[in-house]
Design a protein around this ligand. Structure first.
Ligand code: 5AD
Ligand code: SF4
Length: 487
């Protein structure tokens, strides 16, 4: 590979301000096409993608892997063998960024030993202006930098880097059109991510996502339905529909009226055995979606419904556009329509100005809903978001103390929720083997609970099988059980 000390060649500076210019909802759908000149560029070379952050990034990485394998690259898990290492990054909290910088430091050292190694960085971090400046100053070893809106251009960037020794920064501040038929190498042979929309229009005051991922753009329903049908025909058992706010699906269509509930109802009729979706915004979750979920069957009885806080004042400052009462009203409707539904959520503690009383309202809400699990975070200021300018006089110690208290309440609720399944028989989609003990299998129930289980029957269990497991013990974060014969 040609190496160059030359400066970065293509620079389109990102700008948070620009990303707010959201004018058109006329979206062009492109079909991915690989120029034949890129097809053998990766022959004999190894790639490695390191993914950080949400399911959206995991799904993007599967597409990036598909593009690279189409170019002839082969995947490796051996860091020293990789000719191209791509960091697909997350900007949601500062610690996610710090981890990437730590890894870049390590890989920059490898690169000194293997100086034809190419390093790429994409995803949400480069969509922030400060990242570009930081990388240029601290990590000039990074060869290719691109953002969330141009992953399909990777072949061209690699061509320029490999053939012409160029260093590339190409970050688009305004979201691009949609691409269908992007090649994909999925991490799992039975479970698939299916993007249904991209971007977010909510602008919660703490969140960087609307700036890094752009405005909401929905894929056409026929493309999504076809993808799910093809997955079912190819032996996939479960799909998870992905979007930052799936309940806003279809709002950007100007020629048809088609909502998330319509999509769920259509997918209910396909042969796929399990359908999940994430993430929902409580304000946009409507009665029609609850009705669609109540159809049951292949629509799983689990909902991840981020609440963020149990205090109306905090919710207002977060620009969440619902009150605690409205949230609980939806939870109660869901419980009525789907009596065995399981809920999980996201919660932020120590948002600027959060008082002890307001924090306690969050604890009370966790107990009232009875979540089976929650992702809990300490608020992390993100440059360019409104909340980063709000005064916050909580000490680090207070922030951690609140997080610990919240986690105790979350864990107690999760344990109670899991204990309901003790001595019950649950259907588990076999996912693989436990990392620590090969005699133990792992998988998820319909309610999205992780189960570790033994198989002492004469029945073979394979990845992708749906098996009946008797739960023998419940823990806060998983269940334990044993396979029972299916006949
Ligand atoms: N600080 C802490 N947590 C955040 N999240 C989003 N932005 C921030 C931030 N600035 C959390 C929210 C969201 C989840 C994906 O990440 O809880 O639902
Ligand atoms: Fe961020 Fe709010 Fe959009 Fe979720 S809904 S991605 S928290 S802005």
């Amino acid at each position: 590979m040609k190496q160059s000390k030359e400066k970065y060649t293509q620079i389109i500076e990102p700008s948070l301000k620009l990303a707010r210019m959201r004018k058109s909802n006329n979206i062009t759908i492109n079909h991915f096409f690989m120029d034949p000149k890129y097809l053998n560029l990766g022959a004999g070379k190894y790639y490695m993608i390191k993914t950080y952050g949400c399911q959206g990034n995991l799904a993007d990485s599967e597409k990036l892997a598909g593009i690279l394998e189409n170019m002839g690259f082969t995947k490796t898990d051996n860091e020293l063998k990789a000719d191209f290492v791509l960091f697909n990054t997350c900007a949601i909290r500062e610690n996610a960024e710090d981890r990437v910088y730590g890894e870049l430091g390590r890989f920059s050292k490898f690169k000194k030993r293997k100086n034809d190694m190419l390093i790429g960085l994409c995803g949400c971090m480069p969509q922030e202006e400060k990242t570009i400046a930081n990388l240029k100053e601290r990590f000039p070893q990074v060869d290719i930098i691109f953002g969330t809106h141009n992953i399909t251009s990777l072949p061209a960037y690699l061509y320029d880097a490999l053939k012409e020794g160029k260093k590339i920064i190409n970050v688009l501040s305004v979201e691009g059109d949609l691409f269908e038929d992007v090649p994909v190498v999925r991490d799992h042979s039975k479970k698939a991510w299916v993007n249904i929309m991209y971007g977010c229009d909510e602008f919660c005051t703490y969140c960087i996502v609307p700036y890094t991922r752009g405005k909401e753009r929905s894929r056409r329903p026929e493309d999504i339905i076809k993808e799910v049908e093809d997955l079912a025909n190819n032996g996939y058992v479960e799909v998870t529909l992905l979007g930052q706010n799936v309940n806003a699906y279809g709002k950007d269509f100007i020629d048809i009226k088609y909502t998330f509930a319509d999509l769920l109802k259509a997918l209910h009729l396909t042969a796929i055995k399990r359908i999940r979706y994430t993430t929902s915004h409580p304000r946009d979750l409507d009665d029609a979606t609850i009705e669609a979920m109540a159809l049951g069957g292949n629509i799983m009885p689990h909902l991840h419904l981020p609440v963020q806080s149990g205090s109306n004042e905090v919710l207002k400052r977060m620009n969440r556009k619902y009150t605690k009462e409205e949230y609980l009203d939806k939870i109660n409707k869901l419980k009525k329509a789907i009596p065995d539904i399981s809920f999980t959520t996201d919660i932020i503690v120590a948002f600027p100005g959060e008082t002890e009383e307001q924090f306690q309202e969050t604890l009370a809400l966790v107990n009232e809903v009875g979540y089976d699990g929650a992702f809990t975070f300490i608020y992390s200021p993100r440059e360019g978001t409104p909340a980063s300018k709000y005064p916050n006089d909580l000490t680090l110690e207070m922030k951690h103390e609140r997080l610990n208290r919240l986690n105790e309440v979350v864990n107690a609720n999760a344990l109670r929720g899991h204990q309901k399944y003790e001595n019950q028989i649950v259907e588990v989609l076999v996912d693989g083997f436990s990392k620590s003990n090969q005699n133990i299998l792992t998988g998820y129930t319909k309610h999205n609970m992780l189960v570790n289980f033994e198989n002492n029957t004469n029945q073979q269990c394979q990845i992708g099988d749906l098996v009946n497991v008797k739960v023998t013990k419940a823990y806060s974060w998983h269940l334990f059980g044993e396979v029972i014969n299916s006949n």
